[in-house]
Design a protein around this ligand. Sequence first.
Ligand code: NFE
Length: 489
Amino acid sequence: MKIVAAIDPVTRIEGHMKVEVTIDTVNGVQQVVDAKSAGTLFRGFEKILIGRDPRDAQHITQRICGVCPVSHSMAAVIALEKAFGITPPENARILRNLVMGANFIDSHILHFYLLALPDYIRGPAMAPWRPAWLVDMRFRSSTTNRLLSHYERALGVRRKAHEMGALFGGRMPHPPTFLPGGVTAAATSARLKQFKTYLAEISSFVEDFYIPDAQTLASKYSDYCELGRGRGNLLAYGCFDLNSTGSKKLFKRGFVSNASSNVRGIISTRITEDISKSWYESGTSRLRPAEGKTLPQYPKTGAYSWLKAPRYQGIAYEVGALARMWINGEYRQGISVMDRHVARALEAQKIARAMAEWLSTVVPDQAVYRPNRVPDTAEAVGLTEAPRGALGHWLRIAGKKIAHYQIITPTCWNCSPCDDRGMKGPLEAALIGIPVQDSSKPLEVLRVVHSFDPCLDCAVHVCRPKKGFEPDPIFHPEFDEHVEECELL
Ligand code: NFE
């Protein structure tokens, strides 16, 4: 007998998400036979940007999310600098990389210890460990206690990663120092020295705790090295520019199909967004982001998510640390729940090591900003990576103002709904075939969801309510208390 189970809201992620699975018995094994992932709030940032000074973009877009604000700033300044026809001074390029590196490491540690690990260990009988589905907990108490002590330690390390990023970011999250032409933070010897001290301590945590813990998890739950694969299509825009034009990067750009080692180049005009199962006006499907529209339509027959469905040449791709490491040729053990965790930990190490090298190439007290002018008209795209994967900002300027802005976030790629050809999003595809012991506590489903590290804040976002507005369950049918109307619609 088929059972439909919904996890709504999915917790230990950022933002608001619902996952619905259909469970049936196939060949004697109870398993997921269908899956739908849905973003349950609307994001109106693209509309907020229209008519603004283009130099507001990096400040406004980073407010999309507190976990990957640096990447939104980075994508915005890349797009703006292309539009302005400028490049930043060397020092600025490196300082931006250092701030973004601090954010990546912080985000990966946050994800592993605070968001994913509680799916595998029995924590103390208190918040945030309860309520919990305490099934399939395999670690003995000594290992559990060790991991719990690392969880606690991770909180302090995260704080230090924030402090490290704030040295050149101004503060964290939402660093105000990025702007087209460079940064507003001086590269003083004192700050560089302080950064080095932080980095040494954080790197030790990554090498001595995070990587071994991820490997411990992967070996105890080795069946999850075979679960949650999906189609095996991976894509990355690449990031951490190693020269001023961005032609050399720490993580390169490319995509692979079906877990192959054949990395192919990306042509950004081949990216489109399908909205046939998304609450947007039907006439706006399969548009390129340079022409994309944000026109909500709710209700809409057959639609189930506020996320659009990004596709490359019509195909859905998984993005994130595993995709980056795979495309770089540095991790090709497999595509699964555990491979995502291990690749993320190894990526944190790779970034920390690169940051130590970059740090030594900053020339103290040299220029960090190049003056520039806003052009009358221009069009550009800023492609980079956020901790959760490929991030793109598409910008058009007219009359020195923003005339068009579209953002495709990593979680839109990973948690996208089905498209008009019936192709499921990467998370949905990864859920098919997952065995479920107890359909009233589908922890196995949650483990797959968490392995993608979803952030629905980035993918979708709510706006401020209209004055005197009476709530109407138009934007969120299930959660009336969250219902708000966006006056920008
Ligand atoms: Ni809100 Fe984000 C990252 C971006 S995910 S965390 O990483 O962009 O959609």
